[in-house]
Design a protein around this ligand. Sequence first.
Ligand code: ZN
Length: 273
Amino acid sequence: MTHRLPRRAALALPALILARPALALTLPERITQGALVIGRAPGARSAGFEGRTLRVSPEGVFAFGLGRDAGPEATLTLTNRDGRPEVRRIAVAPRHWDIQRLNGLPGRMVSPNADDMNRIRAEQERLNAARRTDTPIPHFAEGFAWPAQGRISGVYGSQRILNGQPRAPHLGLDVAVGVGTPLLAAAGGRVTLAEDLYFTGNTLLIEHGHGVTTLYAHLSRMDVREGQEVGRGQPIGATGATGRVTGPHLHLGMFWFATSVDPHPVLPGGPQP
Ligand SMILES: [Zn+2]
């Protein structure tokens, strides 16, 4: 007589073999509109967010961004070492946006003429190309430092009314600093653009790995060139009042590829989501 397992045990055995533990995943407790999200999934081989493949560092670090109007839900897909995908639904908490009215701007800055529009379109293409940069070292995971210290004079997401005309929302953080204040790189990375642009004046972009980019606008001086590697806190120029401004300040932008995210929550002492 051959030994036979009781029926229940025979059924349970394949289930035990198939049930591998889910990937360990660390994400911020609360994720809001406009968030740069830094996640950790040490066992993950690859990740995808909203149809885009994400780089995952050997330590399991990855990043993605949520736009101003994202949500109420987003989908993150992680693949373990066996190639098995796990889908995680992410709740995106809504935010309240301010209305910002700016008056007294030169008319040509609010409604550019045809020549200006040609220049703006060409610049936009170069900005888009810089924001497609995707390098493997996750400098963003080391945290961000303030590029300059000052009063916050404009926040991310506010609806803008320029000279009484509704315009695109303000997708950056304004820091009121005078002309010539030293400007420091918010994190390590590579300069992907260093150029005088129509709206943002002297403008620097630095990519910090995995498509995470910071933008520094209205500079009086740029001390780094395109392609240069920089470290966190390294002097890269000076703040100013170039481009479309009503006064000197630093406009700090942050992107995950083409998506504008809010730099404030990831800066030291910034508002918690
Ligand atoms: Zn601004």
